[in-house]
Design a protein around this ligand. Sequence first.
Ligand code: G1P
Length: 297
Amino acid sequence: MKRKVTKAIFPVAGLGTRFLPATKSIPKEIMTLVDRPLIQYAIDEARAAGIKEFIFVTSRGKGALEDYFDHAHELESTLRRAGKDHLLEALRDTNMESGAIAYIRQHKALGLGHAVWCARRLIGQEPFAVILPDDVIAAEKPCLQQMVEAHCETGGNIVAAMEVAADKTSAYGILDIREDMGALVSVKGMVEKPDVKEAPSNLAVIGRYILTPKVLQHLSRVKSGVGGEVQLTDAIAEEITRSNNVYGFRFRGQRFDCGSKAGFLQATVAFGLAREELHDEFIQFLISMTATRKAAE
Ligand code: G1P
């Protein structure tokens, strides 16, 4: 019988140097798109996919992230006394069931693969999800839910995938395709951040994974790879050579790279426009900005 995916790892130990100075004192996962921090989007997506246990791999300076999921008793009672029910409602999604969330420290910045490996004892012998909160995906059906459904059919390991421009392969894990079946792609290899000339395809891995515990075993053995870091990609590549049980999954949705400034701004515009209460005023503003820019050129 296939095991359900109920645990997800959120690697949130990164320094977020691309957003300095902001990230000098706030974790990048607390930066907000409209009025919700990046981490809230990731948690919402995990919940929609049936995840019940949320494992955060953190590091020094990430206290704000932990506080965010605590009950804010004072704030809540003040709002309650003032009858501000709609604001209490806004806090609802930040509430976690007791014991549903765990924090593990990655005590050295040794890479994504190492961060995931740090959570191995909390995973045990079940398939698990990994969500990189930098990758925000707008989708009618949340991306991880699409993947969990695909996983019910395939079992094994599934990585979210998306075609990228041929000259951008060096920013991603890239899939070597065995058989292209449309949404699902059977994979015969996976390379982390290859040069354009060496890339086996332009099908890139995006930050959503459903993995088997075997990948954690490989992580304890793989040597550091690209950038001197332990790469999750290398452990998945090892699993491909052993089990042949890894699929790419072309999700339906739009991905924003919120680890970059341009991507973050694009996401802000997209999520701002998607909010009914902001849409009209915001689109008027964008139109007038564009017109002013064009006139100035
Ligand atoms: C990580 C992974 C890479 C993947 C990317 C998706 O890289 O190592 O394989 O394609 O996330 O966002 P990072 O962007 O953290 O360097």
